[in-house]
Design a protein around this ligand. Structure first.
Ligand code: AMP
Ligand code: GLY
Length: 419
């Protein structure tokens, strides 16, 4: 059983299906595209009670809880209570993503490199601090905010306006009761997802997300408009510093706090002039990072997942191909603000293996757009340049009304490699 219904879950399901011992996969709720690879069940990813009920009734052997919300709400705890083994952290460990105040304090306590910061629960005090704080500065709502609770303020007025909108106008609801105000860092960003059983950390191939809606990093922040892997900024030297100063210390810190983390821990890193620092942790696979990382995985995904549950990761092979991957997100024009739905999607059958469906529904046998991010189109090739070219060739073969995508996914990474 896979909980969730986006492109990330489609990529996880396609990979799990490669294991010949898997007889049936249920997706809760899944989507119109996932329906080609799994049995979709109309239960929302946040409906913990119904998820558990379904799992018990259908004698689920193994569950994968993919999105942040159910993890933070304790979905894994509730399934474990009924004896169902799961991939994913318990609620008390998922807090590493669920609360920025928790994760920042954890990093400070255990000396894990991150941006300097202050926490405020009183708006007046936050505004007073901003009178003299270094600018630019970064304002973050404490709780989950669909990846939108971060404002980079380039001026003092912008910073104050961000605090007021979070703490007084409750732009992100109770997520803004506490805010973190932190140092603005610079440098290339790298996403590293890592399997862990709470003892061993097995980092996956690195990747680079493209968060802004428009070409050349213009427009609003989105959930992610495309990814490439591996990320050329993540050199072997950077990787070894990250292992020693960030990955292992984080696992150790969570154990010492009595919050052992099992599952996929996502390290959002910035390679600053002072070395790699943590921008954020996520308690789950990234979306759309998963759509480039899992296609490069050569070992069996389900075997690795079960090893994180059983504590046997150190004995389990986690091997990645040395090829490159590029995923271009095809979205609906207007995303992330306002967009139309219900357009028919045409995907030639012979390329369906390269397509991860994020926002679509099946109606009378037709696949219709049903979200901001609609498809993730991934190509794997010998090198990054070929992977980028191949993924855009695939995009050219797909059509739907109001389709919109970035034309420069991977361009920044290519420029780094040419330097
Ligand atoms: P987050 O949701 O914490 O990953 O933040 C979203 C994006 O904001 C990150 O991917 C960065 O591009 C940017 N960001 C977050 N924190 C900082 C920071 N301290 N300095 C510079 N940019 C940041
Ligand atoms: N792509 C960023 C995330 O999954 O949070």
């Amino acid at each position: 059983m896979v909980v969730g219904g986006g492109g990330r879950e489609h990529a996880i399901i396609k990979k799990i299906k490669e294991n010949k011992e898997v007889s049936e996969i249920f997706a809760l709720p899944g989507n119109g595209g996932i329906a080609s690879d799994a049995t979709c069940v109309n239960i929302g990813a946040k409906d913990i009670e119904k998820i558990v009920e379904f799992a018990v009734e259908n004698k689920i052997d193994y569950a994968v809880v993919a999105p942040d919300d159910p993890l933070v709400l304790g979905c894994v705890d509730a399934l474990n209570e009924k004896g169902i083994p799961c991939f994913g952290p318990e609620g008390k460990a998922a807090i590493i993503e669920g609360s920025k105040v928790f994760s920042k304090n954890l990093m400070k306590k255990y000396g894990i490199p991150t941006a300097a910061y202050e926490v405020f629960n009183d708006m007046e005090k936050a505004l007073e601090y901003l009178e003299t704080a270094p600018i630019p500065t970064v304002i973050k709502a404490d709780g989950l905010a669909l990846g939108k609770g971060v404002i980079i303020a380039m001026t003092r007025d912008e910073a104050k306006a961000a605090v007021v909108s979070m703490m007084q106008d409750k732009m992100f609801g109770t997520s803004g009761d506490n805010v973190v105000i932190e140092e603005f860092l610079t440098g290339p960003e790298v996403s590293v997802l890592a399997f862990t059983d709470g003892k061993t950390v097995a980092p996956m191939v690195s990747s680079m997300d493209h968060k802004r809606a428009g070409d050349n990093d213009t427009g609003l922040n989105t959930g992610g408009m495309g990814t490439i892997a591996p990320n050329p900024c993540y050199t072997p030297e950077v990787a070894s510093v990250c292992m020693e100063k960030i990955f292992l210390p984080t696992i150790d810190a969570m154990n010492k706090e009595g919050r052992t983390f099992k599952g996929c821990l996502y390290f959002g890193l910035m390679i600053t002039p002072d070395g790699p620092k943590v921008i954020e942790y996520n308690c789950r696979f990234g979306d759309p990072e998963t759509q480039v990382v899992l296609p490069l995985l050569e070992s069996d995904l389900l075997t690795i997942m079960m090893a994180t549950t059983n504590g046997t990761l150190s004995e389990t092979e986690v091997k990645f191909s040395d090829k490159s991957a590029c995923c271009v997100i095809m979205a609906s024009e207007g995303y992330p603000v306002k967009y139309e739905k219900g357009y028919e999607i045409n995907i030639p059958e012979e390329i369906s293996g390269n397509v991860y469906v994020a926002g679509a529904e099946l109606k009378d046998g037709k696949l219709l757009t049903n979200g901001g991010r609609v498809l993730g189109v991934t190509a794997v090739e010998e090198n990054l340049k070929s992977a980028i070219d191949a993924s855009y060739k695939l995009v050219d073969k797909i059509s739907f009304g109001n389709a919109f995508y970035r034309h420069d996914i991977g361009a920044k990474a290519l420029a780094v490699m040419e330097d």
